[in-house]
Design a protein around this ligand. Structure first.
Ligand code: SDX
Length: 461
C-alpha cells in the first residue's frame, strides 16, 4: 500500500513539507539486530532475533514464533509486549525521561507553543518560521464546524458528559467531511489532520457552553490556539472578554505535556482502529472513548474529585493513603502510579511547578492544591508506595490548574484529549507509513468448554 504522507499543501501560503517518513526499516522498523534469544519448548530449541532500538531498548522479535513453534505468547494488558516500533516519543520510566522526536519535554514546554509541538510530532521536525506560519494559517482556516453540526448540541442533554459529546461529534465529522476520508490519499489525510486540530477546541468549548445554557461562541482566527479556546469557553456575546495571558500560557504548557506518550491505551486504540483502514475521524473518536476511562485520561477528573472529597472530609490525607493500601477497599489514589513511570512523571513535575506559579500570580489559594502536596508527601514516604514505585502522574496536579482557570471538572479529560490529539495523529500516520503495517488482530488462549452436544430446550434443566 502506498503509505500516505502529508504532502506540501497547494494553498496560497508557503507549502507545508511532507511528513518526515519514519526511519527506513532495518530489518524491524528502524531497529538493529543484536543476536538471538534461545527458546526451548518440549526439548526443541529455537532461535528468535534479538533487536535493539536507538535508545538501547531490547526486544525479542516473535513475529515468526507461531509459525516456527506452534505456540503464541500471552501478556494481559501488554505489560511486556511491544506492539510496534516508533520514532515519535521516547520515555524511560525508570529515569523519568520523556522526549518528543528526541527533544526533552522540559525544553519543549519552556521554548515552544502547542502548535509548534504539534507540528514537531506530526512532521518529525521543528518547523521553520515559514512552516510554522503556514501551519498556523492552515489551522485557522478550519476552526469553525459546519453550521448543521452546531445543531447537534441542541439534541444532547444539558448534563451530557463532554467526553461523550466530543467522541460523538468527532466521529460525526466523517459525515460532514466526506471529501477527506480516503486513508490512502495524502491530501485527504492532510486536510483531515488540519480539520481535527483546528476543530477540536471548537467542539470541546461548544459542549461546555451547551452544559451551562450559554450561546455557542464562534472561534476567532486572530487569536492563538489557547486564547481562542479560552474565549470560546468563557466569552459571552453581551460583553468584552479579557483573556488572561497567564491562563493562556498555562494551558499551552498543559497541552504540550499531554501531546504524546508512546503506546498508551488511547494511542494504541487509535492505531488499532486505524489499522483496519478506518478513516482518521473514526480512529480519533475511538481514541477519545479510550481516554475517557478513569484509569487513563479520566484520572484528572477523578483525582480532583478525590482531593475535593478529602478536603470535605477534614483533610485527613493519611486516612486516604491507608485506604488506598487496602486491596479490598476498591479505592486508589487517582493521579498516582503509572504503567511505565517507576519514577516521578516529568510531566507532573512541570505541572506542579506551573500550579505553584499560577496560584501565586493570581493570588488564589486552593485547598485541594495543599491537600495534593500533603498527599504526595505522605504517600512518597510510605513503604507501600515506595515498594511499588508509585509517584504522582500527569493527572495528579493538572486539575488544580484547570480549576484555577474556571474549567469545570468534567471538562478535564476533554483538555487531555485536546493535548493528545497531535500524538494520536502522528501515530496514526506512522502506522500507515510502516512497511510492515497490517491489521491488528491479537491471538488468545481459549479456556472455555470443549465440544458439546446440543440439547433441545425441552431437555435443558
Ligand atoms: C495516564 O500509559 C500512559 O502513558 C498513560 C498516560 C498517558 O500520558 O497516556 O500517562 C496517562 O493514564 C496516567 C495514569 C492515570 N491513571 C490513574 O492515575 C489511576 C490510578 N492509577 C492506577 O490505577 C494505576 O497506577 C495505573 C492504571 C495507572 C497503572 O496500573 P498498572 O500498571 O496496571 O499497575 P497495577 O494496577 O498492576 O498496580 C501495581 C500495584 C498494585 O498493587 P499489588 O497488586 O502489586 O499489591 O500498585 C498498586 C496496585 O494495587 N497501585 C496502586 C495505585 N496504582 C497502582 N495502589 C494505590 N493507588 C494507586 N493509584
Amino acid at each position: 500500500m502506498n503509505a500516505p504522507s502529508l504532502p506540501s499543501v497547494a494553498r496560497p501560503v508557503a507549502a507545508a513539507p511532507a511528513v518526515a517518513a519514519t526511519p527506513v526499516a532495518t530489518g524491524f522498523g528502524g531497529t538493529l539486530s543484536e543476536g538471538v534469544a534461545k527458546l526451548d519448548i518440549n526439548g526443541k530449541s529455537y532461535e528468535l532475533p534479538l533487536l535493539v532500538g536507538t535508545e538501547n531498548e531490547r526486544a525479542v522479535d516473535i513475529s515468526k514464533l507461531r509459525a516456527m513453534t506452534g505456540v503464541v505468547t500471552l501478556d494481559e494488558g501488554y505489560v511486556n509486549t511491544g506492539s510496534t516500533t516508533s520514532a515519535i516519543t521516547f520515555l524511560d520510566g525508570e529515569k523519568g525521561i520523556l522526549r518528543y522526536r528526541g527533544y526533552p519535554i522540559e525544553v519543549l514546554a519552556e521554548k515552544c507553543d502547542f502548535v509548534e509541538v504539534s507540528y514537531l510530532l506530526i512532521y518529525g521536525k521543528l518547523p521553520t518560521s515559514d512552516e510554522l506560519n503556514s501551519f498556523g494559517k492552515m489551522l485557522s482556516h478550519h476552526t469553525m464546524i459546519h453550521e448543521d453540526m452546531r445543531s447537534f448540541y441542541g439534541g444532547f442533554p444539558r448534563d451530557a458528559h463532554p467526553m461523550a459529546t466530543l467522541g460523538s461529534v468527532v466521529g460525526a465529522l466523517s459525515t460532514f467531511y466526506q471529501d477527506s476520508l480516503d486513508v490512502r490519499d495524502p491530501r485527504q489525510v492532510e486536510v483531515s489532520v488540519h480539520r481535527l486540530l483546528a476543530k477540536l477546541p471548537t467542539i470541546a468549548a461548544y459542549s461546555h457552553k451547551k452544559s451551562i445554557g450559554q450561546p455557542l461562541i464562534y472561534p476567532r482566527n486572530d487569536l492563538s490556539y489557547c486564547e481562542n479556546f479560552l474565549q470560546m469557553m468563557f466569552a459571552v456575546p453581551c460583553e468584552e472578554y479579557h483573556i488572561d495571558p497567564d491562563f493562556a500560557d498555562a494551558l499551552d504548557m498543559l497541552l504540550i505535556v499531554h501531546a504524546d506518550h508512546e503506546q498508551n491505551c488511547s494511542t494504541s486504540t487509535v492505531r488499532m482502529v486505524g489499522s483496519s483502514d478506518a478513516n482518521l475521524f473514526a480512529s480519533i473518536s475511538a481514541g477519545i472513548c479510550a481516554l475517557w476511562g478513569p484509569l487513563h485520561g479520566g484520572a484528572n477528573q477523578a483525582s480532583v474529585e478525590m482531593l475535593e472529597k478529602i478536603v470535605a472530609d477534614g483533610g485527613n490525607v493519611k486516612k486516604y493513603v491507608d485506604l488506598a493500601k487496602k486491596k479490598d477497599s476498591g479505592f486508589r489514589l487517582m493521579g498516582f502510579g503509572h504503567r511505565v513511570y517507576k519514577n516521578y512523571d516529568p510531566r507532573a513535575r512541570l505541572i506542579k511547578a506551573t500550579c505553584d506559579k499560577l496560584l501565586a500570580k493570581i493570588a488564589r489559594h486552593d485547598p485541594i492544591f495543599d491537600i495534593a502536596q500533603q498527599l504526595e508527601e505522605v504517600a512518597l514516604a510510605d513503604e507501600y508506595f515506595i515498594e511499588r514505585k508509585l509517584y504522582p502522574n500527569v493527572d495528579f496536579y493538572s486539575g488544580v490548574i484547570y480549576r484555577a482557570m474556571g474549567i469545570p471538572v468534567q471538562m478535564f479529560p476533554v483538555l487531555f484529549a485536546m493535548g493528545r490529539l497531535p500524538g494520536w495523529i502522528a501515530h496514526w500516520i506512522e502506522m500507515h507509513h510502516s512497511p510492515s503495517q497490517k491489521i491488528c488482530r491479537p491471538r488468545q488462549i481459549y479456556t472455555g468448554e470443549r465440544l458439546r452436544d446440543f440439547e433441545p430446550i425441552s431437555k435443558r434443566v
